[in-house]
Design a protein around this ligand. Sequence first.
Ligand SMILES: NC(=O)c1ccc[n+]([C@@H]2O[C@H](COP(=O)([O-])OP(=O)(O)OC[C@H]3O[C@@H](n4cnc5c(N)ncnc54)[C@H](OP(=O)(O)O)[C@@H]3O)[C@@H](O)[C@H]2O)c1
Length: 250
Amino acid sequence: MAERIRVALAGATGRTGREVGRAVVAAPDMELVAAIGARHAGEHLGALWGDPDLDVTIVDSVARAAAAAPEVLIDFTEAESAFPRLMEAVARGWSIVVGTTGFRAEQREALARAVAEHQVGAALIANFSVGAWVAERLAEQAARYFTAVEVVEGHHATKKDRPSGTALRMATLLARTWRRDPDDIPVHAIRLPGLVAHQTVIFGAAGQVLSIRHDVHDRSAYADGVLAAVRKMHSLRGRLVDDLGDILQS
Ligand SMILES: NC(=O)c1ccc[n+]([C@@H]2O[C@H](COP(=O)([O-])OP(=O)(O)OC[C@H]3O[C@@H](n4cnc5c(N)ncnc54)[C@H](OP(=O)(O)O)[C@@H]3O)[C@@H](O)[C@H]2O)c1
């Protein structure tokens, strides 16, 4: 059997990281070798996940995770702590698959430069769910025939960034199609308990409305896209991609 891909995970105790991490553990071609966290550093991930077979202790830094020799770091945390962690991981020659949102433009640019310099693969993707990517393609089609749109996104009450990275990306795609400024596309953000991740792109024209809606009810929705990105890393050396299509279509 071919060597399994050695994966480190930052955010393993979080809502999304936990789902993604379980998918890594279940994948026959991957091995979860390290977990990086803050509040739970020193604890056994297997105990936290209720998986006694999983022998991974959460560490608080890339330097400590390096002892397990990961090849790919998956990150679902928050942008300010993620940025230096990702820069260090790249400098160590690890590829990065990043779901964390909220990076500033200069942070994204610095990551892209580091990825090129160290010739690792990188995916910095605002939404790893296939449905959200298809919704973008449908919205791009619709934008050819409509000129008025508003984006409404809803997330759980504790989401840190607003509007969501997915909604900002949608506004940017539509603005590009229409050669307008992304700030001209109205984006409404709702934060409520009971929501997970939802987005509706509403196009309006005389006498009609077209809505393109995507709902995530369960964070397992992100796992397939993340696993596909991990498998793709070896062929992305020196490149940072931000479109799930770059993972799914090639
Ligand atoms: N791209 C996508 O498809 C997608 C999908 C869903 C969510 N997201 C994004 O993923 C991120 C996480 O979302 P979530 O809802 O899963 O958040 P969450 O439940 O609040 O989990 C956050 C995780 O980050 C870790 N963390 C926080 N500060 C840290 C630090 N300084 N060092 C190391 N780890 C730290 C936490 O670990 P401790 O408990 O140990 O502190 C926890 O495991 C957000 O940016 C969100 O927007 C992206």
